[in-house]
Design a protein around this ligand. Structure first.
Ligand SMILES: Cc1cc2nc3c(=O)[nH]c(=O)nc-3n(C[C@H](O)[C@H](O)[C@H](O)COP(=O)(O)OP(=O)(O)OC[C@H]3O[C@@H](n4cnc5c(N)ncnc54)[C@H](O)[C@@H]3O)c2cc1C
Length: 447
């Protein structure tokens, strides 16, 4: 039987994109997907970061048939209903078709797809991974677990949010997206491609008692509590799914990586689960490529773990602050337990001509430290700038490395002097823009 370089379990967005990238990097990749596609899946509203990523990968056709975001009726901060203009980059897709198109793109890139085939629990054998598929066993040097919340390769997780369940149903309908709150949770609804409308209600898991809850009644009560879903038909089927946030405790090893929801899940309030799944697939591909090519192993492992942990921390802070903004229900347990006051907003200071004459230095909180970065298709160590105001360490400004530019700061008598040095190394206008950005974030200080 063929020995593969990489076996990917799961053909959702994370699995298909990771497989596609690794195949294009020259690896022999097999992907195992248990369902026949197209299959239904929640998570249809794609955040603005998704289309540019698909463009980068050359798989824009996955968005064929998508509908632009129609704008939203929002009732969140208080009792008023506001119309929020749509972000032109955000779209809604039929996830069955979207996932099918991404899997087709992976196949076209050279990935061998076994479907519908359920992968059993992978185990390490004497010559690499052994993945049971029916009566057969697939052998691979490297394992990518992209099986979503099922997490085919097992392992433990840590909760990153409170136990949350989603009640959802669809009916024929259209109109704007709606986002509203009630004392027991929040609701979201949006038109889907093809004329359906899907509405979801997010509640504490304790609200549902497995034997006694009348799901339909509860679902309609929750939608009614928002005041945003009048004149809707009665839902014929109400489904329930888990929406609790977690992160896997061991997302990467020398010979395996977990991507997408197998690695971490986000509170659906962010509407960016697919975006994050795709980002993690890209990060996993360079990580796996580095490990398979005998690159810098420690850098690869640290890069993947850190980028995953930063994504979790960023989203957790954002959702806590967003729950905190909901005034009307702040005293109800669902809201009280999820809300966290946002950190104080950093003041952005403008640079003025007066600053040019002043001595310049890096903020005492800034540091330039060795950091694992994806450079081309491999993870390598680079000196990068860290600071509490930065969500991630920064190694490059456009194509230029930042650390050598920052080394010049201590040899410059004034900001004007520094700008002259940078102008000789950067494209026109970039020296001023870099200084303004660093100054605005409080990273560069003038005395
Ligand atoms: C209620 C809810 C609402 C959401 N709304 C949004 C939203 O509006 N926008 C958004 O961007 N995200 C949303 N999300 C998140 C989004 O759905 C996920 O982030 C995204 O689907 C993750 O992609 P993935 O590829 O990691 O996993 P999945 O899309 O779940 O794909 C995993 C694949 O693995 C396959 N598989 C599983 N086990 C095996 C096995 N043993 N063998 C073979 N194949 C297997 C499955 O069949 C599946 O096809 C929502 C999530 C929830 C719970």
């Amino acid at each position: 039987m063929t020995a593969w370089d990489v076996c990917v379990i799961g053909g959702g967005p994370a699995g298909s994109v990771c497989a596609l990238r690794l195949a294009r990097l020259g690896h022999r990749v097999v992907l195992v997907e248990r369902r026949v596609f197209p299959r239904p899946h929640v998570g249809e509203a794609l955040s603005p970061g998704v289309p540019p990523l698909l463009d980068f990968l050359g798989v824009r056709e996955a968005l064929d048939g998508s509908v632009p975001s129609p704008g939203a009726l929002v009732r969140w901060e208080d009792a008023h209903i506001r119309m929020v203009e749509p972000d032109p980059r955000a779209v809604t897709v039929d996830r069955g078709r979207f996932d099918q198109a991404l899997l087709a793109a992976a196949r076209a890139a050279g990935v061998s797809v076994f479907q519908p085939v359920r992968a059993g629990r992978p185990r390490r054998g004497p010559a690499g991974w052994e993945i049971p598929v029916g009566h057969d066993v697939l052998r691979a040097r490297f394992l990518v677990d992209a099986s979503g919340r099922r997490r085919a390769s097992g392992g433990t997780t840590t909760a990153t949010g409170l136990r949350t369940l989603t009640l959802h149903a669809t009916w024929r309908g259209d109109g704007p997206t709606r986002l509203g709150t009630g004392p027991r949770g929040w609701c979201w609804g949006t038109p889907l491609p093809g004329g359906a409308f899907r509405a979801m209600a997010f509640v504490d898991a304790e609200l549902l008692h497995p034997c006694s809850t009348d799901l339909k009644r509860l679902y309609h009560e929750l939608l009614d509590s928002t005041g945003l879903f009048p004149d809707r038909p009665s839902a014929r089927v109400v489904a329930v799914c888990d929406a609790t946030g977690y992160r896997d405790d061991s997302p990467v090893t020398d010979d395996s990586v977990k991507v997408g929801e197998a690695s971490f899940t986000l509170d659906p309030l962010t509407s960016s689960g697919v975006d994050s799944a795709l980002q993690s697939a890209m990060a996993a591909a360079v990580t796996a490529h580095t490990l398979l090519s005998d690159g810098d192993r420690a850098a690869a492992l640290e890069f993947y773990r850190d980028s995953r942990d930063r994504a979790v921390a960023r989203h957790t802070a954002w959702t806590g602050a967003h729950y905190h903004r909901c005034e009307p229900h702040r005293d109800h347990p669902f809201w009280r337990r999820r809300a966290t006051p946002p950190p104080p907003t950093a003041v952005t200071l403008p640079l003025t001509p007066d600053h040019l004459r002043r001595p310049v230095r890096l903020s005492a909180e800034a540091a330039v430290v060795p950091t694992p970065c994806p450079v081309g298709d491999l993870v390598t160590m680079r000196r990068a700038l860290t600071h509490p105001a930065l969500p991630t360490p920064i190694a490059h400004v456009g194509d230029a490395e930042l650390a050598p530019l920052l080394d010049c700061v201590q040899h410059s008598a004034s900001l004007a002097d520094l700008l002259r040095t940078w102008s000789a190394r950067l494209p026109a206008g970039r020296a001023e823009a870099t200084a303004e950005w660093l100054y605005g974030k409080g990273l560069l200080v003038t005395d």
